[in-house]
Design a protein around this ligand. Structure first.
Ligand code: NAD
Ligand code: ZN
Length: 342
């Protein structure tokens, strides 16, 4: 089969011919139709410090996918051949206290497809049947291929009750934009999204209705707080940039007793003014991945009942043109980029 692999410990990904994976008794074989390019894939492409310390070589990369079940191990039940699906790319164990209490997404031994084990940038993917998430007919493959990052957005956005609340989101990358769409859908009052990238703020305005986009390189967030008539600031912050200045700005712009969900990953150590957090009585929650499988149920339900994130996909390439897809992602002038494998 054709696959995109990190074949050498240097920048780049290479198209390779790889064997179709063999199944264990609890696995399914998924024929891949569409995949999404993630920021993580860019780190792996660039072979930065994180990637070179984390990712074994050679490995087939990629973890955002949609496809269909074409083979199953002998223990697998409840799935049919031909079933369209996406799936959770975090492979978990069942021995940890967290797994045994049903908090699968908090298993400390989690391994990621396309990061620690063979991934989804391939014509076929082996996945434990446990991780498979069937797709309803009204969710197309290209949306199936972005459920992983939509799941990050949903898990983060629903960290705290949003109904009637004023929400500040920092970082209009694909995940920040989708989080804004979720906050709107979930009944937030004002939703404000910041970035320093005009392309992305313009895109956000097209994807999410009634969103106040703020370019913090040009506009003062305090002015926006006044313009919206927020007396004391935002109730909830969703940090989706990984940028220190954005986090500082968020702490400043929250009400007393405000809440922050942190998804963005700072590049290195990131100093925090803790006394500011204490005196403002702020709650901070770190967010990793998605809840298995509560987030999947919630996002599919929202997509079936009015949540529309389709316009966050801005570019589509056939797998032969994968290099252009990665270049587009790196340019900062894209939302989600989807690769077609069919
Ligand atoms: P992205 O890099 O595409 O988007 C980040 C955005 O933040 C960019 O558009 C950038 O211009 C913007 N930004 C930079 N400085 C800013 C500032 N001062 N104020 C506001 N915005 C600013 O990332 P993404 O794919 O949308 O992911 C969002 C973040 O979540 C990233 O940091 C990513 O590493 C992280 N992430 C975390 C998890 C997890 O499990 N915790 C999972 C996926 C992604
Ligand atoms: Zn991803």
């Amino acid at each position: 089969m054709i696959a995109l692999a990190k074949s050498k410990p240097e920048p780049g990904l290479w198209k390779v011919d790889a064997p179709i994976p063999e199944l264990g008794p609890d696995d399914v074989l998924i024929k891949i139709n569409k995949t999404g390019i993630c920021g993580t894939d860019i780190h792996i492409w660039d072979w930065d410090a994180w990637a070179s310390a984390t990712v074994p070589v050679p490995i087939i990369t990629g973890h955002e996918f949609a496809g269909e079940v074409v083979d199953m191990g002998r223990n697998v039940s409840g799935l049919k051949l031909g079933q369209r699906c996406s799936g959770e790319g975090h492979l978990i164990g069942t021995e940890s206290r967290q797994s045994r209490s049903g908090k699968f997404h908090l298993d400390p031994g989690t391994r990621g497809i396309g990061v620690n084990v063979q991934g989804a940038f391939a014509q076929y993917l082996r996945l434990p049947a446990f991780n498979v998430v069937p797709l309803p007919d009204d969710i197309p493959d290209e949306i199936g291929a972005i459920l992983d990052p939509l799941g990050n957005a949903v898990h983060t956005a629903l960290s705290f009750p949003l109904l009637g609340e004023d929400v500040l989101i920092t970082g209009a990358g694909p995940i920040g934009i989708m989080a804004a769409a979720v906050a709107r859908h979930a009944g937030a009052r004002n939703v404000v999204l910041t970035d320093v990238n005009t392309y992305r703020l313009d895109l956000a305005a097209k994807v999410v209705p009634n969103l106040r986009c703020v370019n913090v390189a040009k506009e003062d967030l305090h002015d926006v707080v006044h313009e919206l008539g927020l007396k004391e600031g935002f109730d909830i912050g969703l940090e989706m940039s990984g940028n220190q200045a954005a986090l500082d700005q968020m702490v400043e712009a929250l009400v007393m007793g405000g809440k922050i969900a942190l998804l963005g990953i700072p590049p290195g150590q990131s100093p925090v003014d803790w006394s500011r957090i204490v005196f403002k009585a702020i709650t901070i929650k770190g967010v990793y991945g998605r809840e298995m499988f509560e987030t999947w149920y919630k996002m599919i339900a929202m997509l079936q009942y009015g949540l529309d994130v389709s316009r966050v996909i801005t570019h589509r390439y056939d797998i032969a043109d994968f290099r252009e897809g990665f270049e587009q992602m790196k340019s900062g002038r894209s939302g989600k980029v989807v690769l077609n494998w069919t």
